[in-house]
Design a protein around this ligand. Structure first.
Ligand SMILES: C[S@@+](CC[C@H](N)C(=O)[O-])C[C@H]1O[C@@H](n2cnc3c(N)ncnc32)[C@H](O)[C@@H]1O
Length: 238
């Protein structure tokens, strides 16, 4: 069973899928390795926008984590961020184009499996796609189907999904307290300064383009193992 991992980074998706016995081929323009090990699947160094989905007609699932910086930045409560022109959604949209091309090629070859034919009868794409990005992307690409902490998901998100521990409600919070104090609520902090958001801003204290900053960025953007493993289990044929 084959998983295609677009914008694969350090391989958070790949780790979950490999643990469930999948083969994983990842695409990225960079070979990320910061001394803790590189991409764990088969890495292809290629710009994802140059891919034609027909080559993935044999894939069983596509996962994708296009870069989030443009969305994260525009979600920051600063005038300078709000004044920016709309972001370029090309990389986000490329994921759906590639899925559509893969599914079209699959139907043309008539090679759909029983599981895939069943999916089509139910109105789903035979090759599912899950795209991960940040909450700030919702304004530009539409509402996410689910989120696991700060990791927001679009596309063919399964009906049953895990929750992140970060998403547990904090009972009896006096939110006004934070307003009065002029401080930031823990909830805001969770949504905006952990995960991919912190990725861009919390580490701004490190010199830009430094190796440490790159390593920290890649680590923070990495898909959490429980999320990747869940998707790998749900979409494993048979
Ligand atoms: C949000 S990170 C991916 C994180 C990954 N899911 C993980 O678990 O580690 C986005 C990745 O997209 C890559 N990237 C940026 N532009 C790209 C392009 N045009 N084609 C392929 N990869 C690209 C970056 O090098 C980066 O590794």
């Amino acid at each position: 069973v084959l998983c295609i991992d677009l914008f694969c980074g350090l391989g958070g998706w790949a780790e979950g899928f490999l643990s469930e016995g999948w083969d994983v081929i990842g695409f990225d323009i960079e070979r990320h390795d910061y001394g803790t090990g590189g991409y764990p699947g088969q890495l292809v160094l290629q710009d994802a926008t140059t891919l034609h989905g027909s080559q993935f007609r044999n894939a069983d699932v596509i996962v994708a984590s296009p870069p989030c910086q443009a969305y994260s930045y525009r979600a920051m409560p600063w005038k300078r961020a709000k004044a920016l022109p709309p972001p370029d959604n090309t990389l986000f949209e490329a994921c759906f184009r590639i899925q559509a091309e893969a599914c079209t090629a699959l139907s043309q070859t008539g090679g759909a499996s029983e599981w895939q034919r069943e999916r089509m009868l139910q109105g789903f794409m035979p090759i599912p796609l899950v795209v991960e990005n940040v909450r700030g992307a919702e304004k530009w690409v539409g509402e996410a189907a689910w989120h696991f902490g700060p990791y927001y998901l679009w596309g063919d998100v399964p009906a049953l999904m895990p929750r992140s521990r970060n998403d547990a409600k904090v009972p009896n919070q006096d939110w006004n307290k934070y307003r009065k104090e002029g401080t930031i609520s823990p909830h805001w902090r969770l949504q905006h300064t952990t995960g991919p958001q912190w990725f861009d801003h919390g580490i701004a204290c490190l010199p830009s383009n430094s190796a440490r900053r790159k390593a920290a960025s890649a680590q923070i953007a990495k898909i959490p193992f429980p999320l990747a493993q869940h998707i790998a289990r749900v979409f494993k044929p048979g």
